[in-house]
Design a protein around this ligand. Sequence first.
Ligand code: MLT
Length: 271
Amino acid sequence: MIHTVGLTGPRGNTISVYAAGHGPAVMLLHGFPLNHRMWLKQLVALSSRYKVLVPEFRGFGKSALLDAPYTLADLAQDVEFVRLSLANAAPMHLCGLSMGGYVAFEYWRSYSKHLSSLILSNTKPGLDPEAARSGRLAMAEAVHTHGTWATVEPMLPRLLSNNRPREEDTVVSQLTEMLQQPSPPAIAAAQVAMAGRRDFSSELASINLPTLVISSEDDVICPAEESRDWSSQIPGAEFSVIPQAGHLPPMENPAAFNAALESFVDRTLSR
Ligand code: MLT
């Protein structure tokens, strides 16, 4: 059963967390501009064997925006607060997708001793090219005038693969709902934080814990070849490409994504 916890953070801010199951803690960090719902299939499937924790970043889902601007290091601190509050302060397996991956890099930088493993999905360690960085700052301005949906709708076609399994294709409607949810200030604050993020590309060789890098066949935002390249700089890192998925394999092809994640976590636990 999934339950919601509204934690009160160190500064009085609400951090909403969805939790399910018992066992070793696996924390899942969502992408932009999404919320816990992108991880619903994992909350259900993985909770038979793990304690699955899905926090929502500031301004997304039910978490308070607090005072913007914030940095991705601030979000990593929130993640640590969630671990201390809900994982009995035990080490955890941390999986971040895209923006969640940027936060996972930050978490690793400050708190690596609390990690059993790191799973970096559909993300990248490096900075944006200048045009993309200024695009983020432009979006952070425009969203106040045009509203959330008009500003984020153009992202939609780039997020999904046309080859995703279609048996129960509720992905577009779920995604549309999520994209409409954040307030303009939440969108703006996240884009400013991502535009100012730290560059981890020269630190990959010092990641010395079990690491899995996940990409997908049809991710046009973080292409598989690029992910393969940077993953090879992390000592001993595993690399997995999810078929029939774009930027959001946990939603598009949950069976393949869950199998990759579970088999990695299990092997880490048996080491
Ligand atoms: C995400 O999915 O979190 C975004 O694509 C991240 C980004 O804008 O770089």
